[in-house]
Design a protein around this ligand. Sequence first.
Ligand code: ADP
Ligand code: ADP
Length: 233
Amino acid sequence: MIVFDQVQKSYQVGDRAIPALHPTDMRIDAGEVFGIVGHSGAGKSTLVRLINLLERPTGGRILVDGEDITRYNPQELRAFRRKVGMIFQHFNLLSSKTVADNIAFPMKLAGVYGKTEIRDRVEELLARVGLTDHAHKFPSQLSGGQKQRVGIARALACRPSILLCDEATSALDPQTTQSVLKLLADINRELGLTVVLITHEMDVVRRVCDRVAVMDAGRVVELGPVSEVFLHP
Ligand code: ADP
Ligand code: ADP
């Protein structure tokens, strides 16, 4: 479970502090698919990047499974970050590495996995995302949907318990979006991962999210089950 306790974030721009997230209390349950919607600039990315401390809060506490992650020392933070995978709108793959090497990369970086373990894990992940036959290709040889599947496999490499998705289907056509969403839903169900996803596509929210937060100007202005939040326009 992820708990925001009066979490706030301001960006320092010159001598001004620009608020991106006003003090926010909320809870994301373990194992749910939690959607975040809102206009551009509403604070969605900021909120998500606080969960893996890509951004540091300027106030409040973030508790993950009861531990205040803002108080972690660098070593604890490294271990925690392995438990949080992230996928991106533009995939952020390494273009000079093959599909297999992209997937292996976070495990190598972590420095706690053996060679055989990495090889077996990459094979298992390739199968899970349906890319076994593409292991030795480079990202430039893949379609958008295939690239995002590599992104998902890479995000899962270190067996995270949380998967953060920042506009993960926004660069994909509708049909590819459906298949990537199905994969995310399968992962959520089969692996019990908590999935937090930012989207501007209402269809995505309706299809896969359990609960949704609506953000506006740095505030969560509505939060609840999808059916309740989108009952009234
Ligand atoms: P969203 O993801 O909903 O588009 P963001 O979280 O990216 O919103 O941005 C929220 C606000 O914070 C915006 O006003 C944006 O301009 C500002 N912001 C985001 N990142 C930075 C940054 N690194 N420095 C200064 N301002 C930022
Ligand atoms: P625009 O395309 O002009 O930025 P949209 O109407 O497409 O504006 O909405 C932008 C964002 O606001 C989307 O993420 C959408 O999900 C969200 N949104 C729009 N209407 C609502 C609503 N009634 N309740 C909650 N979120 C909404």
